[in-house]
Design a binder for this molecule. Structure first.
Ligand SMILES: *Cc1c(COP(=O)(O)O)cnc(C)c1O
Length: 842
């Protein structure tokens, strides 16, 4: 039996299972969903895409009717069978990791999750990524649970006023109508967790959303036991000032980890999606400390082995930073009474210099409480290494412990039924539940005709919905009948269709195409090679620049000379995004490098055969090649220099005029643009499988979750024996590192080799606990430095802990390129992620 918020709804026994089906957000990516929910109530389904809500509000009479409809019952049982199969079939994960010790459960913490419009607890890319990750985790059978917050208000909805201004509406998230249920224990008791705030206890209610095989747990503070102010802590996503933000992060991190534990889930891996969630790692250590009776630092050594931090920010301003006084007020007693460490020591985890007024940086905290950190595109890895370099003084940038897992999108959630049907012709229906590398060659087999047909169908699908949306918006504004009439014939189904949809904020440069409006008008109205344009996006309510950018597009679209060919669609959300990415021939993305950490919207068009023209930033910097699309920019960084913006606008216009538009309109005798179609084929086959959440999740599992899970298990075993040893090791290094010094380096050249000999005095540090190495910067054309371990030879007579170290290297570059250094070593430690000292010979 499914628990409900209000226990009022009796579903006739003939419809058993309908509630489970309605609750499982797999409707957002199951091609069958439409078939059943439209039958239940097509109007509600079209308006809300929320089966849970439909079941909540339709009449008992309608349910009885459906119960008496044999066709409906048949459809239901087909879908229940299909769901059962989905849940029970062996998955990629089962087959790859049959032994449960390889990878324990993963808890994935995120401030936002974009799973469906029916559950509006996201604002943009970060949340969509988290949602796509859970969905792909479900498809692949990864043992993962999501942890997030249930906001009483969804992110704002947008409409456009007659004068072109953005108007915001803040919808109320009625928990009874969201596809979530209270999380109850076996006795039916609503599960709650508590977090201490100054002078009071914050009571948090727990909810559950079902995402296929995966569960997402959400906490909210709107409990009558809390003070009125505390009840609004989970009121709005990213709302309020620093105090509220910190409280939300305490709820997510501390409350979230407590919730996972109270459910009896013994997580081995804690994955922090952005620094907001860093307190989860602190609470994890707290829990270990309580259970094993060790110190906080020993507990941190144990648990950090299983923590992963994904950073999404390309600029320092993107990090959450808190005034230490605020932090002390909110967390002081937790740190001193629960973690049992001086508050000053805690502060050090989030700071660089330790000046009194230095803010506490949540990203620094996240990095220091995790044994692995990853960026979200290769370019972002470089940028992140720059941002975090101050945490690793004297370490070469090549060795900074920030790895990369490039983001991907959950293709089944974004692909239009037309695209699904197309892919089904060449690939297995199970394609997104299995490794995707095989798809590359399969989809390449598509003929020119098939590819072009797909493109035309998808473009038409967009035009149909664009007309409907435009009609509705016009009607709401009270437009005249002739204007409404015009909405019905907006756009032309054979015209090259450009799309851009994004957050309207300065760095995304959403109006780059408007740099020279007359030139754009000429492109649009070209007599034989016209283009049309779909635009959407919201500006943050407080971002007046962004709001002005929205208005510029709206006003442009109302110019009489482009009317019917340029459309600003209001209220950009997941649903509108899916409609747009399906239909556009060309996706235009123009961020200022390197401010787009990855970007995912351009990946959503791939499965539909859309092509990208984009700044060489984020994912496009690694995806682009001339065979798959077009690029602007020069791979350099130019800040917000308006001169450079102008130059790039020029570059974009020229590329469109000379290259892109002619390619689209150059047809062979069949009417097919052969060069365009060839690019589609390359883009679809090379990029779609790789830039999918399927590949991303497999990268996380193979590269991180398994390693972290086992590392944690080793460190935690026997009451944290290894963790305690690591703690001692770190202490010893700290006390004696300054005493390490070198004797003179000697270099001989023998038979084409350099032989280096170096006396090293290790103070009281055991020689097993350090490594002496030769280091040389990468040669031109390579990206990895040369690191050669020096072997320890005889003890130096008369010395305390002094040894002679040796190494030989090929003499193919000057011997002065090689510099000896001493760094910490322990087989169970991650260096320099967890301990950072390093000593260079010079
Ligand atoms: C995919 C998506 C995003 C992320 O887009 P980027 O511009 O690539 O960061 C944001 N909002 C919505 C509604 C989306 O669907």
């Amino acid at each position: 039996m499914a628990w409900r918020y209000f226990l009022s709804r009796e579903v006739p026994s003939e419809l058993e299972g309908l509630q489970e089906l309605a609750q499982d957000l797999r409707w957002t990516w199951s091609p069958q969903a439409d078939r059943i929910w439209r039958r239940v109530d097509s109007q509600l389904w079209n308006a809300t895409r929320n089966p849970w809500l439909i079941l909540e509000v339709i009449s008992q009479k309608r349910l009885e009717e459906l119960a008496g409809d044999p066709e409906f019952r048949q459809e239901l049982s087909r879908q229940l069978e299909e769901r059962k199969q989905y849940l029970e079939r062996p998955t990629w994960f089962d087959l790859r990791y049959p032994s449960p010790e390889t990878c324990g459960p993963v808890a994935y913490f995120s401030m936002e999750f974009g799973l469906a419009e029916a559950l509006p607890i996201y604002s943009g890319g970060l949340g969509i990524l988290a949602g796509d990750l859970l969905k792909a985790g479900s498809d692949l059978g990864v043992p993962i649970v999501g942890v997030g917050l249930l906001y009483q208000q969804g992110y704002f909805r947008q409409s456009i006023a007659p004068d072109g201004h953005q108007v915001e509406y803040f919808p109320f998230n009625d928990p009874a109508l969201l596809p979530i249920v209270p999380l109850r224990d076996q006795d039916g008791q609503w599960i709650k967790v508590a977090v201490e705030l100054p002078g009071r206890t914050l009571h948090l209610r727990a909810w559950k959303a079902v995402v296929g095989r995966v569960e997402l747990y959400l906490l909210d503070s709107n409990d009558p036991l809390n003070t009125p102010a505390d009840r609004t802590i989970t009121g709005v996503l990213y709302g309020g000032g620093p105090e509220l933000r910190l409280q939300q992060e305490m709820v997510l991190g501390i409350g979230g980890w407590r919730l996972v534990e109270s459910l009896g889930i013994r997580c081995s891996v804690c994955h922090l999606n952005e620094g907001h969630a860093a307190l989860a790692a602190i609470e994890r250590a707290h829990s270990f400390l309580d259970e094993e009776g060790v110190s906080f630092w020993e507990a941190l050594w144990a648990t950090r082995g299983g923590n992963l931090f994904t950073t999404h920010t390309p600029v320092p301003a993107g990090f959450d930073q808190y005034d230490p006084a605020l932090l002390e007020r909110m967390l002081g007693s937790y740190v001193e009474n629960e973690l049992k460490i001086p508050f000053e020591d805690f502060l050090r985890l989030g700071r660089l210099w330790g000046r009194r007024d230095e803010p506490f940086n949540m990203a620094y905290l996240a990095l220091r409480v995790c044994s692995a950190t990853n960026a979200v595109s290769r370019l972002h890895q470089e940028v992140s290494r720059r941002l975090f370099a101050p945490l690793f003084p004297r370490w070469p940038k090549w060795e900074l412990p920030i790895e990369v897992v490039t983001n991907g999108v959950h293709v089944p959630s974004w692909e239009h039924p037309e695209a699904d049907a197309f892919w089904n012709r060449f690939c297995s229906e199970e394609r997104w539940r299995e490794p995707t590398e095989v798809l590359v060659e399969q989809v390449r087999k598509a003929s020119d005709e098939e590819l072009w047909e797909l493109r035309n169908r998808c473009r038409c699908a967009l035009i149909t919905v664009a007309r409907k949306r435009a009609y509705r918006a016009c009607a709401c504004r009270g437009a005249a009948p002739e204007e409404l009439q015009q909405c019905q014939c907006l756009f032309d189904p054979n015209t090259l269709t450009l799309g851009l949809a994004r957050r309207f904020t300065a760095y995304k440069r959403p109006t780059l195409l408007l740099h020279d409006p007359e030139r754009l008008v000429r492109l649009i109205n070209h007599p034989t090679r016209p283009v049309q344009l779909v635009v959407a996006g919201k500006a943050h309510p407080l971002d007046s620049t962004g709001r002005d950018l929205v208005r510029q597009w709206v006003l442009f679209s109302e110019r009489p000379d482009v009317r019917g060919k340029v459309l600003f669609l209001e209220d950009y959300d997941m649903e509108l995004a899916a409609e747009i990415v399906c239909g556009v021939d060309l996706w235009v993305n123009t961020p200022r490098r390197p401010w787009e950490a990855c970007g995912t919207s351009g990946m959503k068009i791939l499965a539909h055969g859309g092509l990208n023209v984009s700044e060489l930033d984020g994912w496009w910097a690694e995806a682009y090649s001339p065979e798959v699309g077009w690029a602007i920019g020069d791979s350099g960084e130019h800040g917000d220099d308006p001169g450079w913006d102008a130059q790039e606008a020029e570059q974009l216009y020229t590329l469109l005029e000379k290259e892109i538009i002619p390619t689209f309109y150059e047809r062979d005798h069949r009417g097919i643009p052969v060069r365009w179609v060839q690019k589609m084929r390359e883009s679809m086959s090379r990029l779609t499988p790789y830039f999918s959440a399927n590949r991303m999740v497999r990268d996380y599992v193979d590269g991180y979750y398994t390693t972290l899970s086992q590392r944690y298990a080793r460190r935690a075993a026997k009451g944290g024996r290894i963790a305690r040893e690591l703690f001692q090791w770190e202490r010893e290094l700290q006390s004696h590192w300054k005493g390490i010094h070198f004797g003179p380096l000697e270099t001989e050249t023998v038979e084409g080799e350099y032989r280096f000999t170096l006396p090293v005095y290790l103070d009281e540090i055991s020689p097993d606990w350090v490594e002496v190495e030769l280091y040389a910067e990468p040669l031109p054309e390579t990206s990895a430095p040369v690191i050669v371990r020096m072997s320890r030879g005889q003890k130096l007579v008369g010395s305390i802990n002094g040894f002679l170290y040796h190494a030989s290297v090929p003499a193919n570059r000057p011997s002065s390129d090689f510099t000896p250094r001493v760094r910490p070593f322990h087989p169970e430690a991650c260096v320099p992620s967890e301990v950072t000292p390093i000593l260079w010979y010079r």
